[in-house]
Every structure is written in C-alpha cells, then in structure tokens.
Design a protein around this ligand. Structure first.
Ligand code: ADP
Ligand code: MG
Length: 350
C-alpha cells in the first residue's frame, strides 16, 4: 500500500516567485487497487505521480510504501514502473528486445529472460509480434510494448501518466479495458493519471479529484457521481444541472416554489439557500404534466440517448437525457415540455 502524508511541491518559477503545484495532499492507496488522479490540465497530477516515482523531490511531507519511508529513496530502488503518454519504446530494438531490456540490465540468466518476456508478451496480447520492430506496430501495439516493458520487471507499483492520450477514441476504450483487466489479474497497486473523466470512471477502484494542487474529493466512481462534494466535482464528473434551491424542511427542498422530497439534506435551517444537483438522465420529460415547464431549445440525437437543452421557466437551461429515444419519441426544438426530476437522485450541496 502507499501512504501519502501532507505532501507538498513548490517549484521556483523562472520569473522569481514560485508555483505551489501540489498542496498538502493526504492519500492512502490500498494494495492491489487502481486509484486515478483526475483533474484539469495543470492541477498537479504529473507532479504528484513523479514524486511517488522518485523523479521529483517533495518540498515537504512524507511518502510511504507499506512501512517504508520513500522520500530519500532513488527512483530505481522504489520498485515502481511508469507508463507514459509517449510510448517510450526503443525504435532500434524489436519487440522482444524492448521488453527484455530491463531484465538484461539486471543480468538475469538467458532462459529466465526468455520465459518472462514470452509470458508478458502473451499477457499483453503481443505474442506473434516478438520479432517486429516498433515502427511496424500500430499506436495501440506500441503502447502495449511500453506496458509489457513495465510489467516484465514485476514492479510493486505501476504508474500511468495519461497513457492513452495519443490513441484514437475506439482504441482508447479498448486499451483501458485491457489495462484494467491486466492490473486486476496481476494485482499490482496502480496509480493512473488522466484528465478524461470517462476513462477515470471506467477503470478505477477510487478516484482522486484534483484542482489547483488540492484534492477536492476522494471516492469510488459511484460515490463521486452520486454525491459530489462540491460544484466543481459535480460539473467535472459527468454532466450536472446545478439549480438554486432552498431548504423547506426535513428532507424537503423547494426549487422555484416547487416542493420536492429528497433523500438527504444537509443540516441547515429552513430557508437556507443550497444548490441541487440534477443529473440529466434523472429528469423525466413529458408532453403534459410535470413539476416544471420549459421549452426545448436544442435536440441532440446521440443514438442510444437523445440530449435536450430545455429552457425551464424561471430556472435557466437544463440538460435532459432520454435513453432509448426510439421508444420515447423525440421532442422537437421549440416544443413545450414538462420536467420531473427523480427525487431520489437529487443531491444537495450546502
Ligand atoms: P498536470 O499533470 O495535472 O497537468 P503538472 O503536475 O504537470 O499538472 O503541473 C502542475 C503545476 O506545476 C503547473 O502549474 C506547472 O506549470 C507546474 N510545474 C510542473 N513542473 C514544473 C517544473 N519542473 N518547474 C516549474 N513549474 C512546474
Ligand atoms: Mg500531466
């Protein structure tokens, strides 16, 4: 397991002054888990990952792998391996030699190298490619070679820094499934950096949402989606309608005069202003009858869902997703609709 305690990184900036890239981060990563650092570009994800790998020295705070304090440990004795966005394969070596490279540096016996490389090539779907040179491989295959080079070293911790950013959408989806399956099969503790929330949701045991060097929320994908800690998280993970509301009583809120019973309400006095997070897929649309009325301003047909932008009377624009539009029928732009948020899935922020 990995334990991060009060970790900070301050970079001197070229024009004088400094950049506080990572601010007082505390984190526990359980053995065998895949934890994702998710946040917009520049929020400190890579810096945190590089401190874990030992490429960057913390300005303050502590880093433990199990009981062992790692702060002063050089990268090569940390038992970590990092997969980068750029594939980091040697162009002049064939696939087999790329994967064998680290083992040869360790002077392992030939037969052992042969056996380990062969097994890892199988695990990463590269059997049959051993003799190929990297420039004869697709981007996805090159990234598999980079991954194979890491896992053949049997690291205790795998670190991924936006490994799929150079791949096209379809391949990215396929590769993230492969990475997750392999990670679970091998049980390697992994930290995965991405700015892509769908990627984070689909592969993680837990997600750490970061903004400006600070952890905004830590939780399972389900927890973070259902109960975002604040507006930033609500907006960053999935799509959210953030609607002004008031506390009307125990488990009741009021949106624009309409009372709605909700499962959880922060302990605030009646009348207190709060924000209600309404997810687009948890709003029912109909031609007649509903708590709110609006006009359809835009329709986007996306195949499995139709996404509507509805101007709601007195409440601004809401996004509404209707699954199975073939069955539900499509509302036209300009038509009047009624909206009914599913009360059970409304989340309140104080
Ligand atoms: P992310 O990976 O989330 O995009 P980074 O960790 O790369 O973010 O960067 C976080 C912040 O630290 C940014 O403001 C970046 O400009 C700054 N930074 C990163 N590395 C250095 C460095 N070596 N020197 C100075 N500033 C840096
Ligand atoms: Mg980065």
């Amino acid at each position: 397991s990995i334990r991060i305690v009060g970790l900070n990184k301050v970079f001197p900036s070229p024009g004088g002054g400094s950049v506080h890239a990572v601010k007082d981060i505390n984190l526990d990563i359980g053995a065998g888990k895949l934890v994702t650092l998710l946040g917009p570009s520049g929020c400190g994800k890579t810096t945190l990952l590089r401190m874990i790998a030992g490429f960057e020295e913390p300005s303050s705070g502590d880093l433990f792998f199990g009981e062992r304090r790692m702060n002063e440990e050089p990268p090569n004795t940390r038992d970590t391996a990092m997969v980068f966005q750029s594939y980091a394969v040697f162009p002049h070596l064939n696939v087999f030699e790329n994967v064998a490279f680290g083992l040869r540096l360790r002077h392992l016996p030939k037969a052992e190298i042969e056996a380990k490389v062969t097994r890892v090539l199988e695990q990463t779907g590269l059997e049959g490619y051993a003799k190929r040179s990297p420039n004869q491989l697709s981007g996805g295959q090159q990234q598999r070679v980079a991954l194979a080079r890491c896992i053949v070293m049997e690291p205790k911790v795998l670190l991924f820094d936006e490994p799929l950013s150079n791949l096209d959408a379809k391949l990215r989806e396929q590769m993230r499934v492969e990475i997750r399956e392999l990670q679970q099969r091998l049980g390697i503790t992994s930290i995965y950096v991405t700015h892509d929330q769908v990627e984070a949701m689909s592969i993680s045991d837990e997600i750490v949402i970061m903004k400006s060097g600070v952890v905004e929320q830590l939780g399972t994908p389900q927890e973070i989606y259902a109960r975002p800690a604040n507006r930033f998280v609500a907006d960053f993970i999935g799509k959210a309608n953030i609607v002004e509301a008031r506390i009307a009583g125990k488990n009741t809120i009021e949106i624009n005069g309409v009372s709605i019973g909700v499962p959880l309400v922060p302990e605030l006095p009646a009348g207190a202003e709060v924000s209600a997070i309404l997810r687009p897929e948890a709003i029912h649309l109909s031609a007649e009858g509903g708590q709110f009325r609006g006009i359809v301003r835009r329709v986007m047909f996306l195949g499995n869902i139709a996404e509507y932008l509805v101007e709601v009377d007195g409440l601004g624009n809401w996004l509404v997703d209707i699954s199975n539009p073939a069955e539900a029928g499509l509302f036209q732009a300009g038509s009047q609709v009624f909206l009914e948020p599913s009360a059970g899935s409304i989340h309140i922020l104080g």
